[in-house]
Design a protein around this ligand. Structure first.
Ligand SMILES: [Mg+2]
Length: 361
């Protein structure tokens, strides 16, 4: 048997505590509850993928994702990782209804293929930008908590603060003023996770401007199907309006761009898988809209995979790959190329994604 033929797979749930609940307007993660997918080739080389479960955002459950990944393993067993594209295409159809599983399975295929090839994953994607610095998220909570967190993270070297809004507007004003006070001169991104109507979002941005706060990007201000609302805000607001929940598939993004509804799009591998994510990147680049690389609540493994994707292709305006900083101990090893102030130095990775599950994972 050729040493690149996939011989074994495993599917394992893994949990970790968080330093603080990751709360957004549509719900909350109180802990990390993801799924690890491992492929092993006949020669002993392994590839790893991580499925991020975000039921309050995608509706996908862990039980279903485990089942989908077992199916993925059965489909991949006996296939030659040398034809990684063929393997990824098989997964596209089979796991279309469970994108977290699709992303994890394709991640493991690509990790295995690039380990066999002896190249880091970002080089496989083009090697454009080996160093990326992430923003850090200020989750929904009180103004005092926002101030303390922002101050701590700014002292720790973070310079871009992505503030989650949309649960209480008056509290959000206080939170944003607290962030501005704790990190003067730093950039602010806003993410409302579908919370507003279009006119309400416009009022919110105008009221913020009166307080001297001008976010660099406004992400998903309106519900995911409110394409008209996105288009209205894209015409009226000075900053890019970025689709996240509205951009869950390739055809979503195709239509958003065609209708001139957005001026930025958030690419997450967990929404799209790797193949469609690359197509979204190409569509966005062709039409001149801005790009954010995002993620769900993911450990260093999936976060680094997303960093390789964005760093390899290049052209990303906003990097939002900060969730490892919310996880106490994911059990992942090898991620020393991610610094404490949020810089992914992908040029320090020798092969594949560069992150492996530690013993006991
Ligand atoms: Mg978002």
């Amino acid at each position: 048997m050729k040493d690149s033929v996939i011989k074994k797979f495993s599917v394992k749930e893994f949990d970790s505590e968080l330093f603080t609940p990751f709360t957004i307007s549509s719900g909350s993660h109180r802990s990390l509850e993801n799924v690890l997918f491992t492929l092993e080739a006949a020669g002993g080389v392994k590839g790893f993928g991580e499925a991020a479960i975000a039921t309050h955002i995608t509706g996908e459950t862990r039980a279903r994702t485990v089942k989908s990944l077992r199916r993925a393993g059965e489909l991949l067993a006996g296939r030659d990782a040398a034809n990684y594209l063929g393997a990824m295409c098989v997964l596209e159809g089979a796991l279309d209804g469970n994108r977290a599983a699709l992303a994890a399975a394709q991640m493991a295929v690509l990790d295995l293929a690039t380990r066999l090839q002896g190249v880091p994953l970002y080089k496989f994607f083009g090697g454009k930008a080996p160093r990326l610095k992430t923003d850090i998220t200020v989750v929904i909570g009180g103004a005092a908590a926002a101030y303390d967190f922002t101050l701590k993270m700014r002292r720790g070297g973070f310079r871009i603060f992505k503030v989650k809004t949309g649960s209480d507007m008056d509290e959000d004003f206080r939170r944003l003023e607290a962030v501005k006070k704790a990190a003067p001169g730093c950039a602010i991104y806003l993410d409302a996770n579908c919370a507003y109507g279009a006119r309400e979002a416009e009022r919110f941005i105008n009221d913020l401007a009166r307080r001297g706060i001008r976010p660099e990007v406004l992400e998903q201000p309106v519900p995911k199907d409110d394409i008209g609302g996105l288009a209205y805000l894209s015409r009226r607001l000075p900053m890019p309006v970025c689709a996240d929940e509205s951009a869950y598939s390739l055809d979503d993004v195709f239509n958003l761009i065609r209708k001139k509804a957005v001026t930025a799009v958030n690419i997450k591998l967990t929404k799209l898988g790797f193949l469609r994510a690359r197509e979204v990147w190409a569509l966005a680049r062709a039409s001149g809209i801005k790009l954010m690389m995002g993620e769900m609540l993911e450990s260093e493994l999936a976060s680094a995979a997303a960093a390789h994707f964005a760093g390899g292709l290049g052209g990303f305006d906003f990097i939002d790959l900060d969730t490892p900083f919310f996880i106490k101990d994911s059990g992942m090893r090898g991620a020393s190329f991610l610094s404490k102030d949020g810089v992914y130095s992908l040029d320090r990775v020798k092969a594949g994604i560069g992150v492996v599950p530690g013993a006991g994972r």
